[in-house]
Design a protein around this ligand. Structure first.
Ligand code: PLP
Length: 396
């Protein structure tokens, strides 16, 4: 496997992606385009459910459903027993976070780029328990500063919980360095890898995280309504989910129940097996292409886009950090982000808008307005990037 994508490989990958035919899809940080293989995996299972019955379809496909856990585990360098499948990243993250116990004065350390849903959960737990939220300072380039984190550690730090790649830009936080510090001090470490999976290699052993949550529909190209939680085995064994049902636990008589031994203790009984199978198919496709190759290509496309946008009068690029990932955010002088995105949509170019409220700490500190967000994937082309830039030029 060569590290660069040939034109014929891109053509083949685009032919497997119906959504590339009529639109320039640069909203992969929102939801990437599914391949025909992922789509048919989902549809075939729905058809099977309609033909033979939902429970019967699940029984018939039991091995393939188990295979999805193996695929997620392979993607993360984890064990299948450390994986729980969820309907999105938020739920997976909440399973991990709300299973932690906090007392008054406990410190939760997070990052400037933290995702809003996570931050709201900290606020709720702070209100409920008296725990305090503290934001780790950034370095001069805008990344979480590991030295500053190290200096904050004391016996009251109960959790380090950060976003690796934020929703509002290309910043890549030093997740593995945070892991080394968390592990050295035996502090639980929860990593939001929602925007990282599918575009960056993710190795939980190297990252040193105890818990990691991610979604299926973004850079992994899975169906909507899919996500997963990784919880390290040793950590899992001492973690009781905040909520359980008769899938995650078994009543064993009287007032006793046993939790499942694996991470599926967080799951509930009913679930969308068609979507799960689609997630498994998407992960296998990404692994077959090779995540390091994907990383290289998406960073190259995003890098060209940033460079070209920087030359357009009136455009400001807002991404932070060295070696940014494939999320490019920008503003246009005299044109708000929602109007700009709508004009691009009218011209068959999909982008999205990042509201400052989606990253509240960063939004407030940098006084960010809403940003236009363009997020290329490996199936995008340099031509499409140029088309976006030319269109931006024409609407300003
Ligand atoms: C950094 C980050 N974390 C978490 C989420 C939530 O993911 P989901 O919508 O799958 O719950 C998002 C979604 O945009 C995100 O960008």
């Amino acid at each position: 496997m060569t590290s660069t994508f040939s034109t014929s490989e891109i053509d083949r990958l685009r032919a497997m992606t119906p959504g590339t035919r009529h639109r320039v899809h640069l909203n992969n940080a929102g939801a990437a385009l599914m391949t025909t293989g992922v789509l048919s995996t989902v549809v075939d299972h729905l058809n099977l459910e309609a033909e033979i019955g939902g429970y019967e379809a699940k029984a018939r496909e039991a091995d393939r459903i188990e295979g999805v856990y193996r695929s997620v585990a392979r993607l993360l360098n984890a064990d299948p027993g450390e994986i729980a499948l969820a309907e999105n990243a938020t739920v997976a993250w909440q399973w991990a976070f709300y299973a932690q116990r906090f007392a008054a004065g406990d410190r939760i350390l997070t990052t400037t780029a933290e995702y809003a849903a996570n931050y709201l959960s900290y606020l709720q737990i702070a209100k409920r328990t008296g725990a305090v939220i503290e934001v780790i300072p950034d370095d001069a380039e805008g990344r979480l500063d590991p030295k500053a984190l190290e200096a904050m550690i004391d016996e009251r730090v109960r959790l380090i919980s950060i976003t690796w790649v934020p929703t509002n830009g290309g910043l890549v936080n030093p997740a593995a360095e945070v892991g080394r510090i968390a592990n050295a001090h035996r502090i639980p470490y929860l990593l939001d890898a929602c925007q990282a999976v599918g575009q960056l290699p993710v190795d939980v052993a190297r990252l040193g995280c105890d818990m990691l949550a991610a979604t299926g529909r973004k850079f992994l190209r899975g169906p909507r309504g899919t996500g997963f939680l990784y919880m390290k085995r040793a950590f899992l064994e001492r973690t009781e989910p905040a909520m359980i049902d008769m899938y995650g636990a078994t009543w064993v008589g009287g007032d006793r129940y046993d939790l499942r031994q694996d991470a599926r203790r967080f799951e509930t009984w009913e679930s969308n097996y068609a979507a799960k199978l689609g997630l498994g198919a998407a992960i296998e496709e990404a692994l077959a292409i090779g995540i390091p190759r994907i990383e290289k290509r998406v960073k190259t496309l995003a890098g060209s886009l940033r460079a070209m946008l920087a030359d357009v009068p009136g455009v400001t690029v807002h991404d932070l950090g060295p070696d940014p990932a494939a999320i490019v955010t920008f503003t246009l002088a005299g044109l708000d982000a929602a109007t700009a995105a709508a004009r691009l949509t009218e011209r068959a170019i999909n982008v999205s808008v990042s509201a400052p409220s989606s990253t509240p700490v960063d939004g407030e500190r940098r006084h960010l307005p809403s940003l236009v967000r363009a997020s290329p994937h490996y199936y995008n082309t340099e031509n499409e990037i140029e088309r976006l830039v030319e269109t931006v030029r024409s609407i300003t």
